[in-house]
Design a binder for this molecule. Sequence first.
Ligand code: PHE
Length: 454
Amino acid sequence: MNNDSPQAASNQFFKTRLGVIAATVGSAVGLGNIWRFPYEAGNNGGAAFLFVYIFFVVAIGIPVICAEFVIGRSTRRNIAGAFRELHAGFPWNLPAGTGLLASFLIMGFYSVVAGWTIYYLYESFSGFGGIAETAQLHERFDAFTQTPWKSLVCTLLFLLVNFLVISRGIRNGIEKFSNIMMPLLVVILLAFCINSLFLPGAKEGLSFLFSPDFSKITPGVVLSAMGQTFFSLSVGMGTLATYASYFNDRTALVRTASVTAVSDTIVAILAGIMIFPAVFSFGIQPEAGPRLVFEVLPSIFMKIPLGALWSTLFFILLFMASLTSTISMTEVSTSYIIQEWKLSRKKAVVVNAIIVTVLAVICALSFSVLSGIKIAGMTFFNLSDFLVSNILMPLGGMFISAFVGWRLERRVLRRQLTPEGHSARTPRYISLIVFSLKYVTPVCIFLVFIFGLL
Ligand code: PHE
């Protein structure tokens, strides 16, 4: 362990094993599972997408999470400092740059959607204005997102909460809170899954999600599934490396990586089981895009007893799940600014907040006044999402895995991945991870890029 590291100096370690899991799972589980997964699956053929996605979680996701953990914990530095410490010159250190860029861009559009959860929370109180028709929810979504001040207020409110939490260093408090909140979210999701199974469209919804039509797999679908894997697991932009720089030496990396990946995937699948039966019951298009769950969820709440209460609870939980994710995104650039520019945490947060707010305002307005401005056919909101998920994060992941697989001293890698107290031979799964990092992961990502983008 590196004892002169900024983390050691400020004694900023996660104190317990549960704290580590809560933080990494808290980062992974968020809007990516409940908002983005259903709409990406809806856009890309349902079950076919799900199968490719699960393949990527296992073949790419878990190994790259391990690689990020190794980089973070062996150096205990921010993402740029970590690559420097490991003598990773160009091009190996590219993920430092792409990771920082991604952390700003992702905050820009993620906080807009997190702002939607605030608005829908507010709407829950009024029972969505007393409407009873799904079709009206479509207009309601438009009326909200296309009114600049409404969407700006919600986005800025979310950012305010996010940066307050971070600047006051109450991240730990939030994590304690999320120890209760995450299981609660899963319980609520389960309850809604059961409810959905009794809807008239249940059969159609489940077969959309689970019985694959493999002819639907196109290079574009594969690229989207890979993007979703990186996005949902928070991997490829240094978030997990930054968190691992706060792990202590006893944290078992491979186990933490697997628990994170499995829990994240379960939550996404639950979200799918909740959403798709309702999609078919209420006659909503699965290809509705980013608005999908914001039409489906209220449709469900409108039809159940005590709907307003369920709806309030659900959007509070979704808001909290978004917050634990944005806290982790922001930590990439905050720890970079603190350690590389030698600023205090408070100042680093201010710099961060300024950059992110500008981007978020542009994203929020790209549903209204800026909706006519398109780059490569995409609004700024869509472009940020596409760039981060489908390009920057996988690119970062490709270099991270190739670096750890090919360049990092094998001794360091084995020591980091071997759980403490495991004195016998190196566990067999380590060779599997190394193999994947050297060959499977970089080659897979490279091929998906070639076919998906050209
Ligand atoms: N994984 C988070 C989610 O699913 C999003 C995220 C991406 C968080 C990148 C941190 C870094 O919502």
